[in-house]
Design a protein around this ligand. Structure first.
Ligand SMILES: C[S@@+](CC[C@H](N)C(=O)[O-])C[C@H]1O[C@@H](n2cnc3c(N)ncnc32)[C@H](O)[C@@H]1O
Length: 201
């Protein structure tokens, strides 16, 4: 996917705030927050785009850093953060080189809503390495994944691909995200999107 072009022409159908999708994400986050007090800790939103889900995390009481490589996306995110009246750090950088981007470490939650599954396996392995370096030992990674199949735009990745990119981590749960695209895109792209939850072994 050419993300820069997509944002420039205003094509961002992944910005899904449908109630069923939101409810599922909220259920996953409830689990990570259970028994803890606000602030819940540092959270990293990989490929934050317009910051939609990072802002959601900030509203819930996480100290959020969002990273993205596309300036147009980050501009949209800045506007949204301001309108939402929350604190969220936005960093321009590559998710395959998190340490070089200077985001720091100590992240207890790492969220990825759509970046990991479209990268090459070498880039995915780099994300796994970088996340392992910046996340706490008790961190949770939540990855939104489309299965690998022949389709336009998005590569997708299977469970084995997730596991090889995160060799130090264990997939604890896989669950449907309830993500919906407009009908025609749904038919062409067949997202069949799932949440993967990972913890260190
Ligand atoms: C499907 S969009 C998801 C955006 C946002 N997380 C959301 O759910 O609305 C994927 C995002 O990943 C970003 N991205 C792609 N490759 C990247 C990379 N190597 N480093 C940082 N961001 C990247 C794109 O610019 C885009 O904003």
């Amino acid at each position: 996917m050419n993300w820069k072009l997509a944002y420039t022409v205003g094509f961002h159908p992944w910005e899904d705030t449908d109630p069923p999708f939101k409810a599922k994400l909220s259920e996953l986050l409830d689990r990570e927050e259970k028994g803890r007090a606000i602030p819940y800790g540092a959270a990293l939103d990989l490929g934050t785009g317009s910051g939609i889900w990072g802002i959601e995390l900030a509203k819930r009481g996480w100290e959020v850093t969002g990273i993205d490589i596309v300036d147009t996306a980050l501009r949209r995110a800045r506007d949204r953060v301001q309108k939402a009246g929350v604190q969220m750090r936005l960093v321009r950088g590559d998710v395959t080189a998190l340490r070089a981007a200077g985001i720091g470490s100590g992240f207890r939650l790492v969220l990825d809503t759509g970046t990991f599954h479209d990268l090459s396996s070498a880039q995915q392995a780099a994300i796994g390495r970088e996340v392992s370096a910046v996340a706490t030992s008790d961190a949770t990674v939540l990855l939104l994944v489309w299965p690998k199949r022949r389709r336009p735009l998005i590569r997708g990745v299977d469970r084995s691909g997730v596991e090889s990119a995160f060799p130090e981590w264990k997939v604890t749960d896989v669950a449907p995200s309830h993500f919906r695209l407009p009908k025609i895109l749904e038919l062409v792209l067949k997202p069949d999107e799932h949440w993967y939850r990972l913890r260190r072994e």
